[in-house]
Design a protein around this ligand. Structure first.
Ligand SMILES: Nc1ncnc2c1ncn2[C@@H]1O[C@H](COP(=O)(O)OP(=O)(O)O)[C@@H](O)[C@H]1O
Ligand SMILES: [Mg+2]
Length: 437
């Protein structure tokens, strides 16, 4: 959700920049077009002054009309009474007057070329607020507007054009690529964060197992001292007594004491052997495990808690499910942790239940443990397998970390998610055939 929002913001910001730049370019291009249009119209209108100066009485109206179809009428004497300088006589026509005479210009015909080639949305030429020539739409709501008065003493017309951005010509492909770029960037950053987090978890776990090892060694050392102390004290006292007896020339009495010493020494040796075996006992031996029965046994072990919490424990593993090669104690511990957590998560729940299900897909066994509790929090979903992560007041946060270690020892994997009903759902996948480590 957050990632999508970040993507949207980044794409909108960078896309907005691109759009603004593209619009600015379009505006610049059209401003240039406006300047060209303005220049051409100015030149065209200036011709009228020249024509007015050159026309004489002798000019043949038919020839003039043919050459300059936009001159509707002309007079070579000053008009009397003088006509107004520009008289928008009727739509699109006006008089220009000079001491030599007057011309009636038909603006649409004069500018017919420009009118056809100009590409602005709205185009108008007006004089003192009276429109002489307009083209295109009204243009009041258009984005851009250019306005300039023609510099001509006889025809100071006002040129106005407006236009809209050409939306279809925006760099849509660039925008699309930008969206893709940010999506990839966010994805990669996410991956990076995830591997970093996984590394952190692995470091924590290594630290945790080191602690556990030290702890176990401490316990073993304490146990050894306790158990060796007694025989060593005995040997010391037997030997000292024997020494004394020999010094008193009573060597024959020393014999049983030395025998007792030997027995104690043998006991020490046996104890040490036992310790050594204990130290090696975590090498797991694989045996066929009946998953259905193991779940039942774990439910019996947790009978008190189940009864107290009024939890319905459901076993959906078929009784005929093929035995699975694993360490029986390991599977039992895994089930124990999962069931225990599910019970603890449903202490406030009325209809508490836990279900286990097993199926075989290809070369895998897939176990799912679901419950009717509130499910894992967002944080728990990410960190449930981290040592010391707990949301319970008296929790240690070691159960799921240990569970994951046990699952991995069986070459399996475990995933935590929430099922649609809201409860937690743990999915365990084991390869059907275990390679002995
Ligand atoms: N079935 C479940 N339903 C809801 N939350 C769970 C469930 N199982 C585990 N959790 C969450 O994962 C956390 C860690 O579990 P665990 O490692 O067993 O430690 P602990 O039980 O000591 O808290 C719990 O505190 C809880 O927030
Ligand atoms: Mg627990």
């Amino acid at each position: 959700m957050l990632r999508a929002l970040i993507w949207l913001i980044l794409t909108a910001l960078s896309g907005g920049g691109v759009v603004v730049y593209a619009l600015y370019q379009q505006y610049q291009e059209q401003s240039a077009e406006f300047r060209i249009l303005y220049r051409d119209i100015t030149v065209k209108l200036a011709q009228n002054d020249v024509i007015l100066a050159l026309l004489s009485n002798s000019s043949d109206p038919a020839v003039v009309q043919h050459k300059f179809p936009y001159i509707l009428r002309w007079q070579t004497q000053p008009h009397d009474p003088p006509r107004p300088d520009i008289n928008p006589a009727r739509a699109g026509t006006y008089w220009i007057n000079s001491p030599q005479g007057s011309l009636l210009i038909d603006l649409p015909t004069l500018l017919t070329d420009f009118a056809h080639t100009q590409k602005f949305h709205h185009f108008s030429l007006s004089w003192q607020g009276v429109a002489l020539l307009t083209q295109g739409a009204e243009g009041h709501d258009d984005w851009w507007r250019w306005e300039k008065q023609i510099i001509s003493p006889s025809q100071p017309l006002n040129l106005v054009v407006t236009n809209n951005p050409d939306w279809r010509n925006l760099p849509w492909l660039v925008l699309l690529l930008m969206g893709v770029f940010w999506a990839i960037a966010i994805y990669l950053y996410n991956q990076y964060q995830m591997t970093k987090r996984q590394r952190n978890i692995a470091d924590l776990r290594a630290h945790f197992s080191e602690l556990a090892r030290l702890n176990a060694m401490g316990e073993i050392a304490a146990g050894m001292m306790h158990e060796l102390n007694q025989p060593l004290t005995a040997i010391l006292s037997y030997s000292q007594t024997a020494q004394r007896l020999i010094a008193q020339q009573q060597a024959e009495k020393a014999q049983p004491l030395l025998e007792a010493s030997v027995i104690q020494t043998k006991r020490i040796s046996a104890l040490l052997l036992e310790f050594r075996e204990k130290l090696h006992s975590d090498e797991q031996t694989l045996q066929p495990v009946d998953l259905h029965n193991t779940w039942e046994r774990v439910a019996v072990l947790l009978g008190n808690e189940i009864e107290r919490g009024k939890v319905t424990v459901i076993n959906q593993i078929p009784e005929s499910f093929p035995p699975f090669m694993a360490s029986p104690l390991g599977i039992e511990q895994i089930f124990h942790n999962l069931l225990n957590n599910a019970i603890q998560a449903q202490q406030q729940t009325d209809k508490a239940w836990v279900a286990i299900n097993a199926r075989q897909t290809g070369n895998d066994i897939v176990l799912t443990v679901t419950d009717g509790g509130p499910g894992l929090t967002e944080q728990a979903l990410e960190q449930v397998f981290m040592p010391f992560f707990t949301t319970r007041k008296d929790g240690l946060g070691l159960g799921m970390a240990l569970t994951e270690t046990l699952v991995q020892r069986l070459n399996g994997s475990i995933q935590a998610e929430n099922s649609p009903n809201g409860g937690a759902c743990f999915t365990l996948t084991f390869p059907l055939t275990q390679q002995e480590a």
